[in-house]
Design a protein around this ligand. Structure first.
Ligand code: SF4
Ligand code: SF4
Length: 419
């Protein structure tokens, strides 16, 4: 049994494509390559041709299908809501079933399928970081550059000594009459940005919410989905469903757009939302609970920082665009400013940036003009993956901008003295 649909089960959706081409203007890959095979319309033609047997799963097809960020931008702008991202993922599963996993797919499977191996690798990378990384100017943020050729000049955050689950207990009791909320942290927050997870939990505690952070939760499965690994996605979904079955919670919060996309979207592809409770993005939760107003009541700072916001694709396609902006506008130390192309993909796309590093960088560089014109010194986002990619983009351009998670700024407002 699998939660995901087969390519055959997408037959009806594939026939909904009327070849109108409206998806062209919204596909970050097509905007860069200009090739029909890159855009949703071209991929739907390929999927239909595989279904009729007109073409096989050859190297050319595999290449065309690898040129997709699974960002979903084409889906939300398609007049017929053709789910191209899910159809591409189904085709990738068909390819791996026939040809096996790619080298990147095998690496993803080894690391995301085994938390103990992932922790060991990161611990080793943390110990070796003085050799592997070279520091870049402090003005560009707390980032390092990875030296080996396959990730040359890639800015990565320093690897923390202690991951999130080593820093926090599994259950944080607060007001007994307030329903507990679950927190799905995801790999990026757990291992690279644990302070973001701590900020989320600290904020919830400050407002009286008991928090359940099950330590046996795993990767959300988005990298497995991206690499066409259906069995691993199924296994990770089962692990996470079981992890949250241990305690009654009113909702499960995410602070990573990709995790939200996986748990609220791709898990539900075939069998409905298998979680007993809703999956809620932290920004949407704060708005829904009226916490934005309480943050806005904090005394304003004299020295405010100019901050702009980047929309993560997996939040934008779920309609979560206003809550993060309202939150930033409410913060006492922030002067919020919009940038042009805020909704443009940062180019990370899970395994896409590893498979197509130059194309990923070119897509990301489209953000530079808007960032520069905004005059912001901070760019906030609701996804740790986007934060990492944005910092890489501005570092390569030599721009003195720091990328942060919105929760970093909320924590600053809650804990630091106004100045
Ligand atoms: S995928 Fe949607 S937007 Fe693109 S050509 Fe087909 S119908 Fe038009
Ligand atoms: S999911 Fe994103 S990258 Fe893939 S075809 Fe659609 S718009 Fe292009």
């Amino acid at each position: 049994m699998t939660l995901q649909k087969t390519l055959e089960e997408y037959q009806a959706e594939i026939t909904r494509c009327v070849r109108c081409g409206a998806c062209q203007a919204h596909c970050p890959v097509y905007l860069e390559t200009g090739r029909e095979g890159s855009v949703a319309r071209g991929k739907i033609v390929l999927a239909a041709s595989v279904l009729t047997g007109a073409i096989g799963l050859d190297a050319q097809l595999q290449h065309e299908l690898s040129l997709c960020l699974l960002c979903g931008s084409c889906v939300t702008t398609c007049p017929n809501q053709v789910p191209t991202d899910a159809i591409v993922a189904a085709l990738r599963r068909r390819i791996t079933a026939d040809h096996g996993l790619s080298a990147i797919g095998k690496g993803v499977a080894a690391l995301t399928g085994s938390p103990s191996l992932l922790r060991g690798v990161l611990r080793g990378a943390g110990l070796l970081s003085p050799l592997l990384f070279k520091k870049i100017p402090a003005a560009s943020g707390l980032q390092l550059r990875f030296s080996p050729d396959n990730l040359k000049e890639r800015s990565l955050p320093p690897i923390p000594n202690r991951h999130l689950f080593a820093r926090l207990p599994e259950f944080l009791e607060e007001q007994p009459d307030t329903p507990a909320v679950g927190f799905f942290a995801g790999c990026a927050i757990t291992y690279l940005y644990p302070e973001v997870g701590e900020a989320l939990v600290g904020l919830l505690q400050a407002f009286g919410y008991p928090v359940f952070l099950p330590k046996n939760q795993g990767c959300c499965g988005m990298p497995a989905l991206s690499s066409g690994n259906g069995p691993l996605l199924h296994q990770l979904a089962a692990t996470n469903l079981e992890a949250f079955a241990g305690r009654k919670v009113s909702c499960i919060l995410t602070a990573c757009a990709s995790c939200h996309g996986a748990l609220a979207g791709h898990y539900a592809e075939k069998a409905g939302n298998r979680f007993a409770t809703p999956i809620v993005d932290i920004h949407a939760f704060l708005k829904q609970e009226g916490i934005i107003d309480r943050l806005a009541a904090l005394p304003k700072w004299d020295q405010r920082q100019r901050v702009t916001y980047h929309d993560p694709c997996h939040m934008r396609t779920q309609g979560i665009t206003q809550a993060p902006r309202e939150l930033l506008r409410a913060l006492p130390q922030v002067e919020f400013v919009e940038m042009t192309e805020a909704a443009l993909c940062c180019g990370l796309g899970g395994t896409f940036s590893a498979a197509h590093p130059e194309l990923s960088r070119a897509i990301g560089d489209r953000k530079l003009a808007g960032l520069e014109a905004s005059g912001a010194t901070l760019v906030a986002s609701g996804c740790p993956g986007c934060v990492m990619q944005l910092q890489d983009i501005v570092n390569r351009a030599g721009m003195p901008i720091k990328a942060v998670h919105t929760l970093d700024l909320i924590q600053q407002a809650m804990t630091e003295t106004p100045r």
